[in-house]
Write a protein that binds this ligand. Sequence first.
Ligand SMILES: [Zn+2]
Length: 183
Amino acid sequence: MSSGNSREQISIVPVNSIDASFLTRLGLCLEERFLAPFLVRAPVRMPKTALNGVRGQLFAGALVARLATSYPPKEGYVLGITDYDLYKTSARYIFGEGDPVTRIALVSRHRLSPDFYGEQPDENVLFQRTLKEAVRSIGHAFGLHNCLNQRCAMHHADSIFETDNRLSHLCDGCEKRARAQRS
Ligand SMILES: [Zn+2]
């Protein structure tokens, strides 16, 4: 942890169990986009009893707190990936979020899976959507804001249609801002 670069690593932390090859593939794509090395870390355990009993969802703040305890911010950026459905005080559900203060980003695969919408399960669609949400959430943790460019990964998405319409890359403007954050 002596060089400045090591602070920028992205720790990918599964909640409970997520397929290891999925996480490695995700990490390689994030490494390419953010020029930050990734590390797949040991999972954090969140039992079903951690869910809000009425909503059947996990409070995003509870997951952030859990990740911050297991992986303190000084070790770089943290991306938590969960299959639980996430919600916030201000939102009925979220695909993901990221915070530049905690440097913690989250992505829920719950509403990214085609079977959630009554379609056939498709690993590749699930992966592409997860990648887009991961880029946006980590982008926020890097200090990037919502982008007006509808094709940019930082464009705000409320629906799966908007997610599908975006690319998994940053636009030139966001790319420049991300570079400025790193230097
Ligand atoms: Zn952009």
